[in-house]
Design a protein around this ligand. Structure first.
Ligand code: GDP
Ligand code: GDP
Length: 444
C-alpha cells in the first residue's frame, strides 16, 4: 500500500528551540526502521508516528540555500516559504521566554495568508507559573497557542494530538495503482530534468497535474514495453520558472515527497563528482522508506575513462553508500542518451523484484541449508533456535523468522540470512527486511 505521508514542518526564529523540540518528538514517538551510520547524523527529517498515524517531521531550521555564487546561507523567510509550499501542517515555534519579537510578526503574517494549517507552539513553558507567558501570543492571530517545554518534554502529547487534527486523510494513491511510480531524485544540477526528457523523448507521454498532493508537481504517464509508468516530478523539473527560491541546499523536501510516493527511486549522481554527503542523505531516505533503488551515474560523457574508471566509481559508491549494496548502478548520459533506454528496463525489473513472493516451503529449505553451512551462533551460552521463515509481504520483501528468542539473533546472522536470500532469489534493487519473532510474539 502506498501511504501518502503528511509532511509536518517546524518553522521559527533561531534559538526558539526548534531542534530541541524536533529531537524531543523524535525521541518520544519515532519508529525508525534502522539506524544507518553516516546518514542519521544531523538529520533534519524523521518519520514519526503518533497514535498509529505516520507523518514526516522536518526541521526547516536545518535547511540551507545556495545563492548565485554558490554560497550557502540560511534564511528564516525562505524556510517559511518552503514550508508553506511543501508542508501539510506547519508548527510555528516561538519563544515563551523572550515574548513576541518583530520577526515573529512578519513570519506570522506570511503564515496567516498561506492558507495552510498552522499550529502556534509557544516553547520554553517549563513550569505551570510560566503558562502566563502564553497569552501575549494570541496577538499573532494564529489561533490558540499551544504551550510546551521541549526541554522538560511537557505537553508534547497535546501538541501531537493537535497535529493529527490538522492532518487530512489524503487518498493513498489516486489512479494507476498498478502503474510503476518512479522518482528521479538527487542534488540540483546532476541532470534530473535532462534525464527525464531523454527518457521520455521517444515515448508517448501524458502530463497531468496531480491533485491533492504537491500543488506544483506534474506527473508524467507513459508506457514502455507493455508496462505503465508514472514519473513523479521532483523539483518542479518540468515546469520552468516556477521556483523563485534560491536553490535549496539539500533539495530534501521535494525529494522526500517524491520518494514517499514512488515504487522505485532513481538516485541520480553526477559522474564528474564523487558521492557527496547530500547524496548519502537522500540515499539513506530511499533505503529507510523501503523503496526500490537504482543508482544512475549521469554525465558519463564528460568523464575521461579508461577500462577501470567505472569499476573504481562503483567501488566508491559501494563504500560510501554501503547500505545500498543491492542497488544496480548504471553509467549514463542524458546528453548522448547513452544507456538511458536501459533505465526504463531496469525500473521495470526492480519493480518485479520488489513484488517477488517465495513460498514458505522453499524458504524453509533455504533456512535449513543455511544453518547447515553456518550454524547460528550462541549468545551467553544460549543457542538461537530457528523454527521457520515465511514471507509476510512484498515491496519491500519482508520476512518473518520464527525463533526461540529474538534477542539471540545477532545482526551478522541476520545479514547472513539476507545474503542467502539474495544469492538464491536476487531481490535486486530492493531492500529486504527480516523480522525475528519469538514464541511469545515479541519482535526484534
Ligand atoms: P533552534 O535554533 O530553534 O533550533 O533552537 P535550539 O533547539 O538549538 O535551542 C536554543 C536554546 O534554547 C538551547 O539553549 C536550548 O537548550 C534552549 N531551549 C530549547 N527548548 C527549551 C525549553 O523548552 N525550555 C528552555 N528553558 N530552554 C529551551
Ligand atoms: P537537474 O537540476 O538535476 O534537473 O539538472 P539539469 O537536467 O537541469 O542539468 C544541469 C546541467 O547539466 C544542464 O546544463 C544540463 O545540460 C547538464 N547535463 C545534464 N545531463 C548531462 C549529461 O549527461 N552530460 C552533460 N555533458 N551535461 C549534462
Amino acid at each position: 500500500i502506498h501511504m501518502y505521508k503528511p509532511l509536518v514542518a517546524v518553522v521559527g526564529r533561531p534559538n526558539v528551540g526548534k531542534s530541541t523540540l524536533f529531537n524531543a518528538i523524535v525521541k518520544k514517538r519515532v519508529s525508525i526502521v534502522e539506524d544507518i551510520p553516516g546518514v542519521t547524523r544531523d538529520r533534519i527529517y524523521f518519520d514519526a508516528e503518533w497514535l498509529g498515524r505516520e507523518f514526516t517531521l522536518i526541521d526547516t531550521g536545518g535547511i540551507e540555500f545556495v545563492d548565485k555564487d554558490n554560497r550557502i546561507f540560511t534564511s528564516m523567510r525562505y524556510q517559511a516559504e518552503l514550508a508553506i509550499r511543501e508542508a501539510d501542517v506547519i508548527l510555528y515555534v516561538v519563544d515563551g521566554k523572550t515574548g513576541i519579537q518583530p520577526q515573529d510578526r512578519e513570519i506570522a503574517s506570511l503564515l496567516r495568508s498561506s492558507g495552510k494549517p498552522v499550529i502556534l507552539v509557544v516553547n520554553k513553558i517549563d513550569s505551570v507559573e510560566q503558562e502566563m507567558n502564553i497569552y501575549e501570543f494570541y496577538g499573532l492571530s494564529l489561533g490558540d497557542p499551544v504551550g510546551v517545554s521541549a526541554v522538560n518534554l511537557m505537553n508534547l502529547g497535546d501538541l501531537l494530538d493537535e497535529v493529527l487534527k490538522n492532518i487530512k486523510e489524503v487518498p493513498v494513491r489516486e489512479e494507476d495503482e498498478s502503474a510503476v511510480h518512479v522518482a528521479l531524485v538527487g542534488r540540483p544540477n546532476v541532470g534530473k530534468s535532462s534525464l527525464t526528457n531523454a527518457l521520455l523523448g521517444k515515448e508517448r507521454v501524458i502530463v497531468s497535474d496531480m491533485a491533492g498532493t504537491t500543488r506544483d508537481s506534474i506527473d508524467t504517464h507513459w508506457r514502455h514495453d507493455g508496462t505503465e509508468f508514472v514519473l513523479i516530478d521532483t523539483a518542479g523539473m518540468r515546469r520552468k520558472g516556477k521556483i523563485d527560491l534560491p536553490v535549496e541546499r539539500y533539495s530534501v523536501v521535494r525529494a522526500l515527497r517524491a520518494i514517499d510516493r514512488s515504487d522505485v527511486a532513481v538516485l541520480v549522481l553526477d559522474g564528474t563528482e564523487g558521492v557527496t554527503e547530500q547524496d548519502k542523505k537522500i540515499a539513506g531516505y530511499i533505503h529507510e522508506a523501503g523503496k526500490g533503488c537504482i543508482i544512475i551515474v549521469n554525465k558519463w560523457d564528460l568523464v575521461t575513462k579508461d577500462s577501470k574508471t567505472s569499476l573504481r566509481y562503483t567501488d566508491d559508491i559501494r563504500r560510501e553508500l554501503a547500505f545500498l549494496q543491492y542497488a544496480p548502478v548504471l553509467y549514463a548520459s542524458a546528453l548522448t542518451h547513452q544507456r538511458v533506454e536501459r533505465l526504463a528496463d531496469l525500473v521495470k525489473y526492480v519493480s518485479e523484484q520488489q513484488h517477488m513472493r517465495v513460498s514458505t516451503s522453499v524458504l524453509n529449505e533455504l533456512i535449513a541449508d543455511a544453518q547447515l553451512t553456518n550454524p547460528p551462533p550462541t549468545r551467553g551460552g544460549r543457542p538461537l533456535k530457528i523454527y521457520y521463515l515465511t514471507q509476510a509481504s512484498v515491496a519491500p520483501p519482508t520476512f518473518v523468522l520464527f525463533v526461540n528468542d529474538p534477542a539471540l539473533l545477532h545482526f551478522s546472522y541476520k545479514r547472513y540470512i539476507e545474503n542467502r536470500l539474495r544469492e538464491t532469489f536476487g531481490f535486486e534493487g530492493t531492500p529486504v527486511r527480516i523480522i525475528a519473532r519469538g514464541k511469545k510474539g515479541e519482535d526484534e
